[in-house]
Structure formats: C-alpha cells, structure tokens
Design a protein around this ligand. Structure first.
Ligand code: NAG
Ligand code: NAG
Ligand code: ZN
Length: 298
C-alpha cells in the first residue's frame, strides 16, 4: 500500500514536472528565477524561420485593420505594422539577470522572444502579434504562459525591456501607461498607471513614487543617467517618450490584479557598448533596489 501510494505520488510529481517543463514553442527562451521579479524582452529576437510568414500589413475591413496573413488585400498605408528589432536587448536582459545573481544572490525570471519582430511581435495582442499563423501563435502563447507562471501567487513586478534608437533625447524612458502629455500637465492619478497596486499599498504620494526620490527614475538619475520620469525630468516636456505597450497593459495592475508592470526603453548608446559593460550592472542595481524596496517578501 505504502509502495503503491509512493508510486502514485511519483507519477503525480512526474506529470506536474513534465507539464511544467514541456515548452509548446522553441522560439521563446525561459530562464527560471527565484524571486518575484520577471524581466521580459519581446523585441530583441533575430530568428527568421521560413516556416513563419513575414508580418507586414493587415487588411482594412469595415473601418478597421484585420491582422491575418489570409485577410485578402493588405493595406500598406493604413495597416502596416512595425517590425523594427530592438537590437541587443536579449543580451542586455540576460546580462542584467546575471549581474543580479552575482551581486545579490537572487535571480529574476527571464523571458525572451527569440523570433525577429517581423515574425512575432511579443508586445501586441495575439492577432496583431502573430497574424493568425499557428507557429507564431504557439510562440505568443508560450511567451504569455512563461510570464504568467513566473508571477506566483502574490505581489510581483514585471519589467518589459526595450531598445529605442529613434528618439533624439537619448534618454531612458520608463513607461507606466501615463502618456507624456499627462506627465507634463500633471493630469493623472495612480489609477491611470501600471503600478496602480503598488501605489495603493505603499502610502507614498504618487508623484513621489513616479518621479520623486521614491521612484525608479530617481535610481537612474542618481547614477547619472538621463531618464524620464525622474526628479530631473518629471515629464518629457514635449519630447519623444514611450509610455508603455501591450505587455505593460496585460501584466500590470492598471486594469486590476496585484502584479505591477513597468516598461523600460533603453537608448542605443547604453545597450550596444560591448555587451553593456557599465550600463547592465548599473541597471541590475537600479532594478534590484526598486524591487527589494517594494516587492521583496519579508
Ligand atoms: C537563487 O538564485 C541565485 C542565483 O542563481 C542563487 O545564488 C541562490 O542560492 C538562489 N536562492 C534560492 C533560495 O534558491
Ligand atoms: C482610484 O480607484 C479607486 C477604486 O476604483 C477609488 O476608490 C479611488 O478614489 C481612485 N483614486 C483616485 C485618486 O482617483
Ligand atoms: Zn520594443
């Protein structure tokens, strides 16, 4: 009887492990972590398998874009999609996780989209992301599932890492889903943000949390990085700025839940210096310090 139940237990354990370990797509790389911090890089991939068609444009049907490869006549003026790769962001994300493990003895979960953005855009809803292609959809599902399963049951922080090359300010852009014009005018509340849950539980004035000394931006600022929002730049002051994308919407707390999300856009000159020798360890310190203050379980 005891032997039988231990067989049953081992079978159960085996099934759970097999289920958890079986990836549905080889295009998403997952490096397991051991803290409630998840780093994602959706746009750094370079793989362009011929089995997945190129994302180019959707069709304009009844006043809106339909993103499917088989939608009919594609409309390249109204429904063209962005396929620009965020160079070096896979390397940067791994380097940050490694630096954190070395320095602090903890490892964030890392989820990387290995596909080029012209095959899968892992920062879009599934239709726009995968254009109805089965293999691309499996990769999108895998991306989503790895992030979900990394979150655990309690509070957690998801950080979506991107690279921007086209903004002349060359600053780090931290996105909380609050638009640049709102940051500039001050017309927002914590309810508009992807860190809504954090703001609701810490009892810190929201402006302080967003761009004061309690903020993530402050932690860049004090190491000498040009960053928005921060004490130096509470808003972009009309400049170029990304406030966050679909991952920040889907995995943050703006629309509910207790997991927060933040997008970080890294300018090119920081991330492409020989595998990020200065910036990556700094970024590990910055993110770790913010996570440890607000998310570490005590
Ligand atoms: C977490 O991961 C780090 C880095 O790999 C390791 O040094 C540490 O022992 C791990 N901690 C736990 C509790 O597993
Ligand atoms: C934020 O939303 C909560 C719950 O919906 C509400 O009680 C609170 O008054 C809102 N706060 C602000 C500043 O808008
Ligand atoms: Zn990007």
């Amino acid at each position: 009887m005891a032997a039988l139940s231990s067989v049953v237990v081992s079978l159960l354990v085996l099934c759970v492990c097999v289920k958890a370990a079986a990836p549905t797509s080889r295009w998403i790389e997952y490096i397991p972590g051991n803290i409630t911090l998840i780093l994602g890089a959706p746009h750094g991939g370079t793989e362009q398998p011929t089995s997945i068609p190129v994302r180019d444009a959707g069709c304009y049907i009844n006043g809106k874009c339909v993103y499917r490869h088989d939608c009919g006549t594609k409309d390249f003026s109204k429904c063209k999609v962005t396929t620009v790769q965020d160079s070096y962001t896979l390397e940067t994300t791994k380097a940050v996780a490694d630096a954190m493990a070395r320095k602090y003895g903890v490892r964030p979960h890392v989820v990387l989209n290995l596909l080029h953005r012209n095959r899968l855009d892992a920062n879009r809803g599934k239709p726009d992301a995968a254009f109805g292609d089965t293999e691309a959809e499996a990769a999108w599902n895998q991306w989503f599932d790895y992030i979900e399963s990394s979150k655990g049951d309690g509070i957690a922080l998801f950080i979506d890492l991107h690279g921007v090359s086209s903004h002349p300010e060359k600053w780090v852009e931290i996105g909380y889903l609050i638009k640049g014009a709102q940051l500039d005018s001050g017309d927002y509340t914590y309810n508009d943000s992807s860190i809504r849950h954090l703001a609701s539980r810490v009892g810190i004035d929201f402006r302080e949390l967003l761009h004061g000394r309690a903020s993530l931006g402050y932690r860049f600022d004090r190491l000498g990085y040009n960053v928005v929002p921060s004490p130096t730049h509470p808003g972009p002051d009309g400049g170029k700025y990304y406030s966050g994308g679909d991952n920040t919407r889907a995995h943050g707390s703006k629309y509910g839940g207790i997991v927060d999300a933040i997008q970080i856009e890294m300018p090119k000159h920081l991330r492409d210096e020989a595998i990020c020798v200065t910036f990556c360890p700094d970024l590990a310190d910055i993110i770790y310090d913010f996570w440890a203050r607000y998310y570490r379980q005590r």
